[in-house]
Design a protein around this ligand. Structure first.
Ligand code: UDP
Ligand code: MG
Length: 324
Protein backbone atom coordinates (compact mmCIF):
# COMPACT_ATOMS: atom_id res chain seq x y z
CA UNK A 1 0.00 0.00 0.00
CA UNK A 2 1.54 3.24 -1.20
CA UNK A 3 0.67 6.50 0.55
CA UNK A 4 0.35 9.73 -1.40
CA UNK A 5 2.47 11.78 0.98
CA UNK A 6 5.61 10.90 2.96
CA UNK A 7 6.76 13.30 5.65
CA UNK A 8 10.39 12.92 6.75
CA UNK A 9 11.46 14.35 10.10
CA UNK A 10 14.98 14.10 11.56
CA UNK A 11 15.04 13.98 15.35
CA UNK A 12 18.03 14.66 17.56
CA UNK A 13 17.49 15.21 21.29
CA UNK A 14 14.02 16.67 20.88
CA UNK A 15 12.25 15.00 23.84
CA UNK A 16 10.87 18.30 25.12
CA UNK A 17 9.08 19.24 21.91
CA UNK A 18 7.97 15.95 20.35
CA UNK A 19 4.57 15.77 22.08
CA UNK A 20 3.71 19.25 20.79
CA UNK A 21 4.88 18.24 17.31
CA UNK A 22 2.61 15.16 17.26
CA UNK A 23 -0.24 17.32 18.55
CA UNK A 24 -0.05 19.59 15.49
CA UNK A 25 1.40 17.37 12.78
CA UNK A 26 -1.12 14.53 12.77
CA UNK A 27 -4.26 16.75 12.81
CA UNK A 28 -2.74 18.89 10.02
CA UNK A 29 -2.10 15.78 7.91
CA UNK A 30 -5.47 14.20 8.70
CA UNK A 31 -7.16 17.42 7.60
CA UNK A 32 -5.66 17.08 4.11
CA UNK A 33 -7.74 13.98 3.45
CA UNK A 34 -4.85 12.24 1.68
CA UNK A 35 -3.13 8.99 2.54
CA UNK A 36 0.17 9.67 4.24
CA UNK A 37 3.04 8.24 6.26
CA UNK A 38 5.28 10.04 8.74
CA UNK A 39 8.87 8.89 8.86
CA UNK A 40 10.80 9.88 11.93
CA UNK A 41 14.53 9.31 11.83
CA UNK A 42 16.14 9.26 15.24
CA UNK A 43 19.65 10.55 14.70
CA UNK A 44 21.21 8.84 17.73
CA UNK A 45 19.48 11.01 20.33
CA UNK A 46 20.90 10.68 23.82
CA UNK A 47 17.68 11.71 25.54
CA UNK A 48 14.28 9.97 25.57
CA UNK A 49 13.42 10.87 21.97
CA UNK A 50 13.70 7.29 20.68
CA UNK A 51 11.33 5.98 23.37
CA UNK A 52 8.84 8.78 22.69
CA UNK A 53 8.93 7.99 18.97
CA UNK A 54 8.38 4.30 19.70
CA UNK A 55 5.33 5.23 21.83
CA UNK A 56 3.97 7.34 19.00
CA UNK A 57 4.50 4.43 16.63
CA UNK A 58 2.40 2.25 18.90
CA UNK A 59 -0.33 4.92 18.96
CA UNK A 60 -0.53 5.44 15.18
CA UNK A 61 1.16 2.41 13.58
CA UNK A 62 -0.92 2.83 10.42
CA UNK A 63 0.77 6.09 9.45
CA UNK A 64 3.97 6.17 11.51
CA UNK A 65 7.36 4.67 10.79
CA UNK A 66 10.51 5.19 12.78
CA UNK A 67 14.07 4.70 11.58
CA UNK A 68 16.54 4.39 14.43
CA UNK A 69 20.20 5.19 13.83
CA UNK A 70 22.88 3.68 16.04
CA UNK A 71 24.66 7.03 16.35
CA UNK A 72 24.59 10.68 15.39
CA UNK A 73 25.22 11.17 11.66
CA UNK A 74 23.76 14.64 11.22
CA UNK A 75 20.50 16.08 10.00
CA UNK A 76 21.19 15.54 6.31
CA UNK A 77 22.17 11.87 6.68
CA UNK A 78 19.03 11.36 8.77
CA UNK A 79 16.90 12.83 6.01
CA UNK A 80 18.66 10.63 3.41
CA UNK A 81 17.85 7.53 5.45
CA UNK A 82 14.27 8.77 5.64
CA UNK A 83 14.19 9.22 1.86
CA UNK A 84 15.37 5.63 1.34
CA UNK A 85 12.43 4.39 3.35
CA UNK A 86 9.75 6.64 1.82
CA UNK A 87 7.04 5.25 -0.44
CA UNK A 88 4.90 8.31 -1.15
CA UNK A 89 4.65 10.20 -4.45
CA UNK A 90 5.34 13.49 -2.73
CA UNK A 91 7.97 13.73 0.00
CA UNK A 92 7.97 16.56 2.53
CA UNK A 93 10.85 17.40 4.85
CA UNK A 94 10.24 19.18 8.13
CA UNK A 95 12.18 20.02 11.29
CA UNK A 96 11.13 18.38 14.54
CA UNK A 97 11.24 21.58 16.57
CA UNK A 98 8.02 23.07 15.10
CA UNK A 99 9.92 25.94 13.51
CA UNK A 100 8.25 24.79 10.29
CA UNK A 101 4.48 24.89 10.89
CA UNK A 102 2.94 21.54 9.80
CA UNK A 103 -0.11 23.49 8.62
CA UNK A 104 1.96 24.70 5.65
CA UNK A 105 2.24 21.16 4.23
CA UNK A 106 -1.07 21.62 2.42
CA UNK A 107 0.28 24.68 0.58
CA UNK A 108 3.39 22.78 -0.51
CA UNK A 109 1.29 19.92 -1.85
CA UNK A 110 -1.01 22.30 -3.72
CA UNK A 111 2.06 23.70 -5.47
CA UNK A 112 3.32 20.21 -6.38
CA UNK A 113 -0.11 19.44 -7.83
CA UNK A 114 0.32 22.47 -10.11
CA UNK A 115 3.14 20.57 -11.78
CA UNK A 116 6.27 21.55 -9.87
CA UNK A 117 8.59 18.74 -8.78
CA UNK A 118 10.53 20.81 -6.24
CA UNK A 119 8.85 23.27 -3.94
CA UNK A 120 11.25 25.24 -1.79
CA UNK A 121 10.16 27.74 0.79
CA UNK A 122 11.11 31.17 2.04
CA UNK A 123 10.58 32.09 5.66
CA UNK A 124 8.35 35.13 5.86
CA UNK A 125 9.96 36.31 9.06
CA UNK A 126 12.76 34.22 10.43
CA UNK A 127 12.55 33.48 14.15
CA UNK A 128 16.17 32.80 15.02
CA UNK A 129 18.87 34.70 16.85
CA UNK A 130 20.04 37.90 15.16
CA UNK A 131 23.55 36.68 14.43
CA UNK A 132 22.25 33.45 12.85
CA UNK A 133 19.84 35.35 10.63
CA UNK A 134 22.52 37.80 9.56
CA UNK A 135 25.30 35.24 8.98
CA UNK A 136 22.87 33.06 7.10
CA UNK A 137 21.85 35.91 4.81
CA UNK A 138 25.53 36.55 4.06
CA UNK A 139 26.25 32.87 3.29
CA UNK A 140 23.11 32.70 1.19
CA UNK A 141 24.38 35.56 -0.97
CA UNK A 142 27.87 34.06 -1.28
CA UNK A 143 26.44 30.68 -2.25
CA UNK A 144 24.13 32.28 -4.79
CA UNK A 145 27.23 33.66 -6.53
CA UNK A 146 29.44 30.59 -6.59
CA UNK A 147 26.98 27.76 -7.08
CA UNK A 148 24.34 27.75 -9.77
CA UNK A 149 21.67 26.88 -7.27
CA UNK A 150 18.75 29.26 -6.96
CA UNK A 151 17.49 29.15 -3.41
CA UNK A 152 16.22 32.28 -1.77
CA UNK A 153 16.45 30.82 1.72
CA UNK A 154 18.91 27.95 1.88
CA UNK A 155 18.60 27.15 5.58
CA UNK A 156 14.91 26.31 5.53
CA UNK A 157 14.08 22.61 5.47
CA UNK A 158 10.33 22.83 4.90
CA UNK A 159 10.26 21.62 1.30
CA UNK A 160 8.39 19.22 -0.99
CA UNK A 161 10.00 16.90 -3.53
CA UNK A 162 8.52 14.80 -6.29
CA UNK A 163 9.15 11.06 -6.46
CA UNK A 164 11.52 11.49 -9.44
CA UNK A 165 13.86 13.64 -7.35
CA UNK A 166 13.78 11.31 -4.37
CA UNK A 167 14.65 8.32 -6.58
CA UNK A 168 17.65 10.21 -7.97
CA UNK A 169 18.83 11.29 -4.52
CA UNK A 170 18.56 7.67 -3.38
CA UNK A 171 21.06 6.75 -6.07
CA UNK A 172 23.63 9.28 -4.82
CA UNK A 173 26.39 8.08 -2.55
CA UNK A 174 27.59 11.46 -1.31
CA UNK A 175 29.03 11.49 2.18
CA UNK A 176 28.85 15.24 2.73
CA UNK A 177 25.80 16.79 1.21
CA UNK A 178 23.16 19.44 1.53
CA UNK A 179 19.79 18.05 0.59
CA UNK A 180 17.89 21.09 -0.71
CA UNK A 181 20.82 21.87 -3.04
CA UNK A 182 21.20 18.26 -4.20
CA UNK A 183 17.48 18.05 -4.90
CA UNK A 184 17.56 21.33 -6.77
CA UNK A 185 20.18 20.00 -9.19
CA UNK A 186 17.79 17.20 -10.14
CA UNK A 187 14.64 19.30 -10.36
CA UNK A 188 12.96 19.78 -13.72
CA UNK A 189 10.56 22.45 -12.62
CA UNK A 190 11.47 24.06 -9.28
CA UNK A 191 9.56 26.80 -7.51
CA UNK A 192 9.35 28.46 -4.10
CA UNK A 193 6.58 29.61 -1.81
CA UNK A 194 6.56 31.83 1.26
CA UNK A 195 5.88 30.07 4.58
CA UNK A 196 5.63 31.03 8.21
CA UNK A 197 8.46 30.37 10.63
CA UNK A 198 8.10 29.98 14.36
CA UNK A 199 10.38 30.00 17.31
CA UNK A 200 11.67 26.67 18.48
CA UNK A 201 8.87 25.01 20.51
CA UNK A 202 11.29 23.57 23.09
CA UNK A 203 14.95 22.83 23.63
CA UNK A 204 17.65 24.69 21.76
CA UNK A 205 19.32 24.59 18.36
CA UNK A 206 21.34 21.45 17.70
CA UNK A 207 23.80 23.38 15.55
CA UNK A 208 26.86 24.90 17.15
CA UNK A 209 28.83 27.60 15.38
CA UNK A 210 31.33 24.93 14.35
CA UNK A 211 28.76 22.58 12.84
CA UNK A 212 27.22 25.49 10.95
CA UNK A 213 30.61 26.28 9.41
CA UNK A 214 31.03 22.60 8.45
CA UNK A 215 27.57 22.52 6.92
CA UNK A 216 28.27 25.59 4.80
CA UNK A 217 31.53 24.09 3.61
CA UNK A 218 29.55 21.00 2.57
CA UNK A 219 27.19 23.20 0.65
CA UNK A 220 29.88 25.21 -1.14
CA UNK A 221 32.42 22.44 -1.84
CA UNK A 222 29.72 19.94 -2.69
CA UNK A 223 28.22 22.04 -5.42
CA UNK A 224 30.98 24.23 -6.80
CA UNK A 225 34.65 24.27 -7.81
CA UNK A 226 34.65 28.05 -8.01
CA UNK A 227 36.61 28.49 -4.73
CA UNK A 228 39.47 26.41 -6.15
CA UNK A 229 39.38 28.28 -9.44
CA UNK A 230 39.37 31.52 -7.51
CA UNK A 231 42.79 30.62 -6.09
CA UNK A 232 44.19 29.77 -9.51
CA UNK A 233 42.99 33.14 -10.80
CA UNK A 234 44.42 34.91 -7.76
CA UNK A 235 47.75 33.13 -8.37
CA UNK A 236 47.83 34.33 -11.96
CA UNK A 237 47.04 37.91 -10.98
CA UNK A 238 49.66 37.94 -8.22
CA UNK A 239 52.34 36.53 -10.54
CA UNK A 240 51.60 39.26 -13.06
CA UNK A 241 51.67 41.94 -10.38
CA UNK A 242 54.97 40.74 -8.93
CA UNK A 243 56.56 40.57 -12.39
CA UNK A 244 55.55 44.20 -12.83
CA UNK A 245 56.99 45.10 -9.43
CA UNK A 246 60.24 43.33 -10.31
CA UNK A 247 60.60 45.31 -13.53
CA UNK A 248 59.86 48.53 -11.66
CA UNK A 249 62.45 47.82 -8.94
CA UNK A 250 65.05 46.88 -11.52
CA UNK A 251 64.48 50.13 -13.35
CA UNK A 252 64.66 52.09 -10.12
CA UNK A 253 67.87 50.32 -9.13
CA UNK A 254 69.62 51.61 -12.21
CA UNK A 255 68.08 55.07 -12.19
CA UNK A 256 68.17 55.94 -8.47
CA UNK A 257 70.34 53.25 -6.88
CA UNK A 258 69.45 50.51 -4.35
CA UNK A 259 66.58 51.12 -1.91
CA UNK A 260 66.27 49.97 1.71
CA UNK A 261 63.31 51.96 2.79
CA UNK A 262 59.81 50.59 2.52
CA UNK A 263 60.92 47.40 4.23
CA UNK A 264 57.86 47.20 6.45
CA UNK A 265 55.51 47.78 3.58
CA UNK A 266 57.11 44.76 2.02
CA UNK A 267 56.53 42.78 5.26
CA UNK A 268 52.91 43.83 5.32
CA UNK A 269 52.42 42.67 1.76
CA UNK A 270 54.21 39.45 2.61
CA UNK A 271 52.08 38.67 5.64
CA UNK A 272 48.93 39.37 3.70
CA UNK A 273 50.01 36.99 0.95
CA UNK A 274 50.96 34.39 3.55
CA UNK A 275 47.44 34.58 4.93
CA UNK A 276 45.98 34.18 1.46
CA UNK A 277 48.21 31.18 0.79
CA UNK A 278 47.30 29.50 4.08
CA UNK A 279 43.62 29.99 3.40
CA UNK A 280 44.13 28.56 -0.07
CA UNK A 281 45.85 25.47 1.29
CA UNK A 282 43.13 25.04 3.89
CA UNK A 283 40.50 25.28 1.21
CA UNK A 284 42.22 22.67 -0.95
CA UNK A 285 42.32 20.57 2.23
CA UNK A 286 38.54 20.85 2.58
CA UNK A 287 38.10 19.36 -0.87
CA UNK A 288 40.80 16.71 -0.37
CA UNK A 289 39.30 15.69 2.98
CA UNK A 290 35.93 15.18 1.35
CA UNK A 291 37.48 13.18 -1.46
CA UNK A 292 39.17 11.03 1.18
CA UNK A 293 35.93 10.39 3.02
CA UNK A 294 34.25 9.53 -0.24
CA UNK A 295 36.89 7.07 -1.50
CA UNK A 296 36.95 5.23 1.82
CA UNK A 297 33.43 4.23 0.89
CA UNK A 298 32.27 3.49 4.42
CA UNK A 299 28.53 3.19 5.02
CA UNK A 300 27.21 6.70 5.46
CA UNK A 301 25.02 5.73 8.37
CA UNK A 302 23.94 2.58 10.12
CA UNK A 303 20.30 1.88 10.74
CA UNK A 304 19.70 -0.10 13.90
CA UNK A 305 16.01 -0.85 13.47
CA UNK A 306 13.01 0.36 11.55
CA UNK A 307 9.75 0.38 13.43
CA UNK A 308 6.96 -0.19 10.95
CA UNK A 309 3.67 -1.97 10.69
CA UNK A 310 4.55 -4.64 8.16
CA UNK A 311 7.04 -7.43 8.85
CA UNK A 312 10.41 -5.85 8.20
CA UNK A 313 12.36 -7.47 5.43
CA UNK A 314 15.54 -6.79 7.33
CA UNK A 315 15.64 -5.56 10.86
CA UNK A 316 19.22 -4.48 10.98
CA UNK A 317 20.12 -3.09 7.67
CA UNK A 318 22.97 -1.15 6.31
CA UNK A 319 21.44 1.22 3.83
CA UNK A 320 24.83 2.62 2.88
CA UNK A 321 25.99 -0.76 1.59
CA UNK A 322 22.69 -1.16 -0.29
CA UNK A 323 21.97 -4.85 -0.47
CA UNK A 324 19.52 -6.11 -3.08
N1 UDP B 1 19.02 17.38 13.75
C1 UDP B 1 19.44 16.06 13.52
N2 UDP B 1 20.76 15.75 13.73
C2 UDP B 1 21.69 16.68 14.11
C3 UDP B 1 21.25 18.01 14.32
C4 UDP B 1 19.91 18.33 14.12
O1 UDP B 1 18.66 15.21 13.15
O2 UDP B 1 22.84 16.33 14.29
C5 UDP B 1 17.60 17.72 13.54
C6 UDP B 1 16.89 18.39 14.71
O3 UDP B 1 16.35 17.45 15.60
C7 UDP B 1 15.82 19.20 14.02
C8 UDP B 1 16.46 19.58 12.70
O4 UDP B 1 17.53 18.66 12.49
O5 UDP B 1 14.67 18.41 13.73
C9 UDP B 1 16.96 21.00 12.67
O6 UDP B 1 17.82 21.23 13.78
P1 UDP B 1 17.78 22.58 14.63
O7 UDP B 1 16.38 23.02 14.84
O8 UDP B 1 18.61 22.38 15.85
O9 UDP B 1 18.52 23.57 13.63
P2 UDP B 1 18.23 25.11 13.43
O10 UDP B 1 16.74 25.30 13.36
O11 UDP B 1 18.82 25.80 14.60
O12 UDP B 1 18.92 25.43 12.15
MG1 MG C 1 15.29 24.59 14.38
Amino acid sequence: MKPEISVVIPVYNEEAGLAKLFGRLYPALDALGLSYEVLFVNDGSRDRSAAILADQFRLRPDVTRVVLFNGNYGQHMAILAGFEATRGDIVITLDADLQNPPEEIGNLIAKVREGYDYVGSIRRERQDSAWRTYASRLMNRLRERITKIKMTDQGNMLRAYGRNIIDLINQCKEVNTFIPALAYTFARNPTEIIVEHEERAAGESKYSFYSLVRLNFDLITGFSLVPLQFFSMLGILLSLASALLFALLLLRRFLLGAEVEGLFTLFAINFFLLGVILFGIGLVGEYVGRIYQQVRGRPRYVVQTILQDEPARRTVRDIGARQP
